[in-house]
Design a protein around this ligand. Structure first.
Ligand code: HEC
Ligand code: HEC
Ligand code: HEC
Ligand code: HEC
Ligand code: HEC
Ligand code: HEC
Ligand code: HEC
Length: 299
């Protein structure tokens, strides 16, 4: 009898206390406003629920949404690692750096790799807003799809576009000193053309550079950072790639000799055309002159 009574009391307590004691707000509460708002702050419920994170409450990432409108709404307190990262991302992630940093609680390995990458260093160490955070490559955090889906921003056929958002920007290559032709040269290469035709065996940017651990091409630990690594990277698809073979792929402008022979060829062609045209004109002139003189009967 006593046991029943205490159990009942306990249940009652739990029932009464837990919801009051800072329980996590469920998504329905957030959708109550954000499901029907206008602009960026609208979250489409249907699309959200079909994303990889669709079963999570909003507060799994938005642990402490700011502003009066969110009084009393929120989730678990962010732990130290999330708070630290949020502080170092705040210049890049202006809406809710806590949410942007929440990814590391469930994807810690990817974050570790990202932190050491040329991109992570750019954002976290150099405090720049140029480099990507997770959502610059993966798209809106609310609608992420797993890679087999063609809607995934990092699906094999979408990677080039996702990297291109920054790498085809001239001001980026000027500021950081990498070749401005990276995208152009890739798209006109065998690889770029094959991928565009829907060939699943063709390499995207990530096949040669990696994804979360991307290093500068001058860094010897990059998969394209030295001859041995290049051979290994190319060999994944071209078995036994040799030194001569790996030199075939570069995003740099054509070699000076190739470049000047190309220009030479163009000059030669144009020159020949001009020569032929002048020749023909002179011929016509001579012809007209001859006829005129003959008509005059001077000869
Ligand atoms: C009572 C309505 C209401 C509810 C409920 C609500 N929000 Fe908001 N939320 C707003 C308004 C209003 C804004 C400001 C929109 C703007 O700036 O244009 C906003 C802005 C935001 C922003 C952007 C922050 C910024 O600085 O612009 C985030 C993130 C956010 N809400 C998350 C949430 C989450 C998560 C929940 C559920 C726990 C939630 N909201 C519940 C009304 C609401
Ligand atoms: C997987 C983590 C995650 C979940 C779950 C999540 N969000 Fe977000 N949300 C983010 C991130 C990251 C941002 C971008 C924050 C930034 O860059 O400052 C964001 C941004 C927002 C913004 C501001 C958008 C803008 O551009 O102004 C709103 C509003 C918002 N979220 C509402 C919600 C609501 C409502 C839910 C639940 C239905 C939700 N979020 C679930 C991660 C998440
Ligand atoms: C520079 C662009 C870029 C950034 C930044 C980035 N990712 Fe990715 N991510 C990718 C690409 C590309 C793939 C697909 C890799 C593949 O198919 O081999 C991927 C795959 C993934 C996957 C699934 C595959 C796996 O390895 O488990 C997850 C999960 C993921 N990313 C989460 C994150 C998180 C979390 C962050 C931030 C810490 C992040 N990504 C930052 C480009 C990026
Ligand atoms: C509460 C845990 C949790 C949080 C927080 C979280 N994720 Fe995820 N994420 C998952 C789970 C679970 C999956 C589905 C299983 C998988 O593929 O790993 C997933 C899947 C993904 C995928 C798709 C992987 C694929 O297969 O292509 C990406 C990309 C991703 N998450 C990125 C992010 C980003 C970016 C953030 C922060 C804005 C984030 N996640 C926050 C748990 C989480
Ligand atoms: C077949 C492998 C391969 C593919 C695919 C590839 N790259 Fe590269 N990338 C390289 C190699 C090798 C280098 C070394 C430098 C060079 O020779 O141009 C490099 C260098 C770079 C550099 C530094 C260039 C510089 O001037 O310092 C950037 C940036 C880059 N790649 C971005 C990309 C992007 C973005 C894509 C996708 C559009 C891509 N790469 C696709 C192999 C590849
Ligand atoms: C939000 C913009 C942005 C996106 C998206 C992005 N990058 Fe970058 N990337 C940068 C910036 C900025 C740098 C220069 C960082 C620095 O040096 O501090 C860089 C540097 C690089 C480098 C090193 C260049 C060198 O010096 O050798 C490579 C390789 C690279 N990115 C490849 C990629 C690939 C592959 C993707 C897609 C999976 C990608 N990036 C997506 C902005 C971006
Ligand atoms: C993910 C797989 C993959 C990787 C990695 C890769 N390639 Fe390729 N490569 C291909 C495919 C597919 C073709 C098109 C083959 C065809 O048309 O028959 C191709 C074609 C080529 C061609 C055109 C001539 C030929 O042999 O077909 C050259 C040259 C080439 N690759 C060089 C490289 C170099 C150098 C690297 C390393 C920096 C590299 N590839 C990395 C898949 C790859």
């Amino acid at each position: 009898m006593r046991i029943w009574l205490s159990t009942a009391m306990l249940l009652l307590f739990t029932f009464l206390l837990v919801p009051g004691a800072g329980a996590a707000t469920d998504s329905a509460t957030c959708f109550g406003c954000h499901g029907s708002m206008e602009g960026d702050v609208k979250v489409e419920q249907e699309k959200y629920s079909k994303s990889v994170h669709g079963s999570f409450d909003c507060v799994t990432c938005h642990m402490a949404p700011k502003g009066d409108q969110h009084q009393g709404l929120g989730g678990a307190a962010p732990d130290k690692s999330v708070k630290e990262l949020a502080a170092s991302l705040a210049h890049k992630s202006t809406k809710d750096p806590i949410a942007q940093s929440a990814c590391i609680t469930c994807h810690p390995d990817l974050y570790e790799a990202y932190k050491k990458s040329v991109h992570g260093q750019n954002v976290i160490t150099k405090k720049s807003t140029d480099g990507p955070v997770c959502t610059n490559c993966h798209g809106s955090p609310h609608y992420i799809q797993a890679r087999p889906s063609a809607e995934s921003k990092v699906h094999l056929f979408n990677v080039v576009e996702s990297c291109g958002k920054c790498h085809e920007e001239k001001h980026m290559s000027e500021k950081y000193g990498f070749s401005p032709l990276v995208m152009e040269r890739y798209l006109e290469s065998f690889h770029g053309r094959k991928l565009k035709l829907g060939h699943a065996g063709a390499p995207s940017c990530a096949s040669c550079h990696g994804s979360h651990d991307i290093k500068s091409a001058k860094d010897p630990s990059s998969p394209v950072g030295n001859l041995e690594n290049k051979k290994k990277t190319c060999s994944e698809c071209h078995s036994g790639a040799t030194e001569k073979f790996v030199a075939a792929i570069t995003h740099k402008p054509l070699h000076p000799i190739a470049h000047w022979s190309e220009i030479g060829l163009i000059l030669l062609t144009v020159g020949t055309f001009i020569f032929i045209i002048i020749h023909v004109l002179l011929d016509i002139y001579a012809d007209i002159r001859d006829r005129l003189f003959r008509k005059g009967g001077n000869h």
